[in-house]
Design a protein around this ligand. Structure first.
Ligand code: SF4
Length: 226
């Protein structure tokens, strides 16, 4: 007799979304006042805790330079000082300059015009800029442009692996997996990403806290001693 496919008995992405949403409630991400602030946060958040990004954004606000034209004209050494709390600040300063110069030279600083681009060409353009990784590009498209592009981060990958949602764990396969199994809806994509982060921060950490995890009855990686 053919072995049953265990994955058939596990959560679908939409079931996971509904379950986590009812547990954690809506998170109302992204924590930013303007679409440009989302862009800056998406570039700065790589490999660092969000509280460090907040410090850097506060520095930029206090210096009155949280603006694409001001950042592209700012001497890079000054920009590095403002964003130093986020680590890898030299690399991140170059990335910020690159995206700000693009917005200014191609769109005269207008995010509205930039975000009029169709998703695939906007994503391809963002990915072609200096050091803009898929996670940053998708965060910008989803949270700043308000267009449906699912964001994959380290928590998403870890949780998919532990829940055995799918075998394909590279960025583009995971993105397709979620997009193919969810309604194409900006609100759902935003909340799902945010509640995955909640699960990852509170329970599914590097060393998981399975005992208290809301998913432990549904998770193949749960063990009593964790
Ligand atoms: S039960 Fe453990 S491994 Fe599974 S999702 Fe929860 S914390 Fe992660």
């Amino acid at each position: 007799m053919k072995e049953p496919n265990l994955r058939q008995h596990l959560l679908s992405p939409y079931e996971l979304y509904s379950f986590l949403l009812s547990h954690f409630g809506a998170q109302h991400w992204w924590p930013a006042e303007t679409p440009f602030e989302v862009i800056v946060g998406a570039v700065l958040t790589q490999q660092v805790a969000w509280k460090n990004v907040e410090k850097a954004i506060e520095n930029l606000k206090n210096a009155n330079v949280l603006d694409s034209s001001k950042i592209s004209n700012l001497p890079i050494e000054k920009l590095e000082v403002y964003i130093k709390p986020t680590g890898f600040y030299r690399q991140k300063a170059r990335r910020l300059k690159s995206i700000c110069s693009y917005i200014c030279s191609e769109y005269n600083g207008s995010l509205k015009d930039l975000f009029n681009k169709e998703i695939s060409s906007l994503r391809a353009k963002l990915l072609s800029l200096n050091g803009i990784a898929p996670e940053s590009a998708d965060s910008i498209i989803l949270y700043a442009a308000e267009k449906p592009s699912f964001v994959i981060d380290a928590y998403t990958r870890r949780i998919c692996e532990r829940l055995q949602l799918t075998n394909e764990l590279d960025y583009e396969s995971l993105k397709k997996f979620f997009e193919n199994n969810l309604p194409e809806n900006v609100g759902i994509y935003k909340e799902f990403h945010a509640i995955i982060v909640e699960l990852g921060k509170n329970y599914c950490k590097t060393k998981p806290v399975c005992k208290n995890c809301p998913l432990n009855k549904k998770c193949k990686s749960y063990t009593q001693d964790k």
